[in-house]
Design a protein around this ligand. Structure first.
Ligand code: KIV
Length: 275
């Protein structure tokens, strides 16, 4: 069944957990979609895991459209959410609306996600009023890595926790249909989840959230540059891939690949006339 923002609303009302995974291309989107995952996030984490940048700041709207459209072609039932990249919405409400529109029209997403709380509420409201669903993102917001001073858990002090709760209520009021909570203490995330009528999607925020999101390379053991504490490797596909590449190298070297079953034939009499 097709997942929409209504699926998110109903899941919250019924206490059903939501699942979200990132994807950045057609084949992976098809695999994730076929597993019945509710939503595919075309995260700007593509800057790290697909493009090899050290942070997400260099990711462009064009990158997000290119990867978003590929994912949208592969996702038949999952709700495709496309991240708004750094400086595509921070600059003004106008830029936010224009760029969110591009992610929907050209990237064919079903929703967009942007980072930030109270300071982004005017953007969330304006985009939502155009008929574009917005998922908010609070806690560790990687686009603000330079002001946060690194990948640190957020909302630990009373003041920071209160601000996070207020921000969550404000983005909800501004029209967000869901909010990602990244690297937030589990009990604080559970409290925010209790206070909100929109679903919370946690990443490093404990199991008290309404749903969970992971970067697929992390949960498949395919990305080892940095492995956060909250990541569980559900399979070590990275090792399986490395072994397959080594087997391929060996079999090509020995001539075992390609064998006869994978080879096309030509009639001997045709061949003879060629000498
Ligand atoms: O870009 C991304 O993959 C994200 C998730 C970590 C939530 O924003």
């Amino acid at each position: 069944m097709k997942n929409t923002v209504l699926t998110f609303k109903q899941a919250k009302e019924n206490g059903e957990k939501l699942t979200m995974l990132t994807a950045y291309d057609y084949s992976m989107a098809k695999l994730i979609d076929s597993a019945g995952i509710n939503s595919i996030l075309v995260g700007d984490s593509l800057g790290n895991v697909m493009l090899g940048y050290e942070d997400t700041l260099s990711v462009t709207v064009e990158d997000m459209i290119h990867h978003g459209a590929a994912v949208a072609r592969g996702a038949k039932n999952a709700l495709v959410i496309i991240d708004m990249p750094f400086m595509s919405y921070q600059t003004s409400v106008y830029d936010a609306v224009v760029n969110a529109g591009r992610l929907m029209k050209e990237g064919r997403g079903g929703a967009v996600k942007l980072e930030g709380g109270r300071e982004m509420c005017d953007r969330i409201k304006a985009i939502t009023e155009c008929g574009i669903p917005v998922c908010a993102h609070l806690g560790l917001t990687p686009q603000s890595i330079n002001t946060l001073g690194g990948h640190k858990i957020q909302g630990k002090s009373e003041e920071a926790a209160k601000k996070l709760i207020e921000d969550a209520l404000l983005v909800q009021e501004a029209g967000a249909f869901a909010v990602v909570l990244e690297c937030v203490p589990a009990k604080l995330a559970a409290l925010i989840t209790e206070k909100l009528s929109i679903p919370t999607i946690g990443i490093g925020a404990g199991n008290g959230c309404d749903g969970q999101v992971l970067v697929y390379q992390d949960m498949l053991g395919m990305f080892s540059d940095f492995v956060p504490k909250f990541v569980k490797q559900f399979a070590n596909v990275g090792n399986i891939m490395k072994q397959a590449f080594a087997d391929y190298k060996n079999e090509v070297g020995s001539g075992a690949f390609p064998d006869e079953s994978r080879t096309y034939t030509i009639d001997d009499d045709v061949l003879e006339r060629l000498y």
